[in-house]
Design a protein around this ligand. Structure first.
Ligand SMILES: Nc1ncnc2c1ncn2[C@@H]1O[C@H](COP(=O)(O)OP(=O)(O)OP(=O)(O)O)[C@@H](O)[C@H]1O
Ligand SMILES: [Mg+2]
Length: 253
């Protein structure tokens, strides 16, 4: 379970996260939706023990991220929005490196690597340098790397980006399996259709604050809208702006 209470993160005078609170239960996929720059990635980096909060309290399965960030990293799998990988290693070398840093027994590591490599269909790239791989293949390597230690909690920042439809479907199935195993998953995306099919609950974040939270159905009722996209645009005060920009574009054509 992830518990976020009054979380604030400032970068100098920029308030990236402005006092947000939410809980992600075991066996739950929680979606963080919000426009560019609204504070999703910052929040997720804090949940993963990578950034320290300015104030507020975040616990991941009872471990406080400010007190024990390494303890949080031990039980968390984090996939950043842009894959950060050692470009001069091959995927196999990277998996072995991560396996040894995380103290995963060799046979267990091999079994997990085999399963995930097969699931994402990257067998033929295992000997290539990561730097030469396509964006989507790097994303798959990044996902596999985050899953090797069988984390209790998963933080996935726009992880469907760059995946082809088959791989996106596989990732969705994996996430549903992880959920069944009791894991807590936080998931950000700009694709509303993905949020609708994957997330048990979503939090809409706008200018560093959570402006609405609930199941997709609850949010639609709350906002009196029929699609999650319209709910999103309304809650982030973009609906009228989008309409006037579209009108202006039409007139100028
Ligand atoms: N390391 C940093 N130093 C300074 N400002 C930062 C830093 N990281 C994020 N910010 C600022 O914090 C705010 C929130 O950024 P964040 O990356 O969390 O947004 P986001 O919701 O993930 O956006 P996107 O949808 O574009 O990925 C932005 O104003 C951003 O410029
Ligand atoms: Mg982001």
């Amino acid at each position: 379970m992830i518990h976020v209470e009054d979380l604030v993160k400032k970068f100098g005078s920029t308030v990236a996260v402005n006092g947000i609170s939410f809980t992600v239960h075991d066996r739950e996929i929680y979606g963080l939706l919000g426009p560019n720059g609204s504070g999703k990635s910052t929040t997720m980096k804090i949940l993963a023990g990578i950034l320290t909060p300015t104030s507020g309290r975040v616990t991941v399965n009872g471990i406080d991220v400010s007190e024990d960030p390494i303890g949080v990293k031990r039980i968390t799998g984090y996939v950043p929005e842009t894959p950060v990988l050692y470009e001069s290693l091959t995927p196999v070398e990277l998996f072995n490196f991560v396996g040894s840093v995380r103290g995963i027994p060799r046979d267990v590591l091999q079994e997990r690597v085999d399963k995930l490599v097969k699931a994402f269909g990257i067998e033929s790239y295992l000997g290539e340098m990561i730097g030469s791989l396509s964006f989507g293949t790097k994303q798959k390597v990044s996902l596999i790397t985050a899953l090797l230690h069988d984390p209790e909690v998963l933080i996935l920042d726009e992880s469907m980006n760059g995946l082809d439809p088959k791989s996106a479907r596989i990732l969705r199935e994996l996430l549903l399996q992880f959920k069944e195993e009791g894991k807590s998953i936080v998931f950000s995306t700009h694709v509303m259709a993905i949020a609708e099919t994957i997330c048990d609950r979503v939090g809409v974040i706008y200018r560093g604050e959570i402006v609405a939270e609930g199941t997709v159905e609850e949010l639609k009722r709350f906002a009196h809208e029929e699609s999650l996209e319209d709910v999103f645009l309304k809650l982030t005060e973009s609906q009228e702006e989008v309409a006037s920009i579209i009108n202006a574009l039409r007139e100028s054509l």
